[in-house]
Design a protein around this ligand. Structure first.
Ligand SMILES: Nc1ncnc2c1ncn2[C@@H]1O[C@H](COP(=O)(O)OP(=O)(O)O)[C@@H](O)[C@H]1O
Ligand SMILES: [Mg+2]
Length: 279
């Protein structure tokens, strides 16, 4: 449903996205994981036809992003990183407005609004102006808006940024039910746990490039299954081991406050770059 080949975007001399290639199958949840500035949003903006690539190519839903941007736009839903809802309008009015832009028929808009407000748990807030909604509710409304015209492919740019754990889990639940309905989803995040919990495959990005791409379990296996870490000792590098017994053994000699735990996607990032993802 999504294919990119050497997709590249330069802003002047800055290579925001450099030769990025991947493909996403129908019904797959594909994640772009990386720190701020890695090029995730720029990649999404090119795939959603908001930004022209400097070079390379991409297609979404079978349509080429350069040759057939209208075809792309009809097949996709976009949930942007910034909350660009109209806060003076109610939930229903925001969805209604979007449905009209998408040229949906009146009866279809009305029934779809009911269906989606139910789906995102905002039925009781239907006639409430967006300015009175919590951050988590606004995010859910943004997702509903992206789904109005029943897109086969949905792009979500950092859909849980700044949310508390409970609000975040609600959004994860929505992503999971979309996946069960066969929707293809490309999601960006700088939250390690989110990529691990939601994504079938994850591309780890750093300074415009994909530095690793696989299923989370395989990415973690490539580092080792168990991490050994010294609490409060940033001078002692983390170590990784395939077996718990080995990890415990190594930890014994390392320091007093030692932790042996499962490897995370952050460990994968650290072992590839020497840096942490979350700031
Ligand atoms: N319109 C723009 N003009 C100039 N530089 C930009 C623009 N948009 C993004 N960038 C730069 O491109 C890089 C990637 O940004 P972005 O795609 O937003 O990263 P991410 O979404 O992973 O945080 C950053 O260095 C950012 O400052
Ligand atoms: Mg971004």
């Amino acid at each position: 449903m999504i294919t990119t080949s050497n997709l590249t975007k330069y802003f002047g001399a800055l290579g925001a996205v450099q030769s990025v290639s991947f493909s996403v199958g129908k019904g797959e949840v594909f994640g772009l994981l990386g720190p701020n500035g890695a090029g995730k949003t720029t990649t999404i903006r090119m795939l959603t036809t908001l930004l022209a690539p400097s070079s390379g190519s991409a297609s979404v839903g079978g349509y080429d992003v350069i040759a057939d941007p209208l075809g792309v736009k009809r097949s996709i839903g976009v949930v942007p990183q910034t909350l660009n809802l109209d806060i003076d309008l109610t939930c229903a009015e925001n969805l209604e407005y979007h449905g009209r832009l998408q040229r949906m028929k009146r009866e279809d808009r009305t029934s779809r609004i009911e269906e989606l407000l139910h789906f995102v748990g905002l039925r009781e807030k239907k006639d409430m102006p967006v300015e009175h909604l919590s951050g988590g509710m606004r995010r859910r409304l943004l997702i509903a808006r992206g789904l109005m015209h029943r897109p086969a492919v949905v792009f979500m740019d950092e859909p849980t940024v700044g949310l508390d754990p409970q609000a975040r889990r609600m959004i994860w639940g929505l992503v999971e039910s979309l996946k069960r309905n066969g929707i293809t989803i490309l999601i960006t995040t700088h939250y390690i746990e989110e990529a691990d919990a939601l994504c079938d495959r994850v591309a780890i990005m750093r300074t415009g490039k994909i530095i690793a791409l696989d299923r989370p379990v395989e990415l973690k296996k490539s580092v080792g299954q168990f991490a050994v870490e010294c609490l409060g000792r940033y001078d002692v590098p983390r170590q990784f081991f395939p077996a718990r017994a080995e990890a415990i053994e190594a930890g014994r000699d390392l320091c007093t406050d030692v932790v042996v735990r499962d490897v995370t996607l952050e460990d994968v990032f650290i072992s590839l770059t020497g840096e942490r993802i979350e700031g």
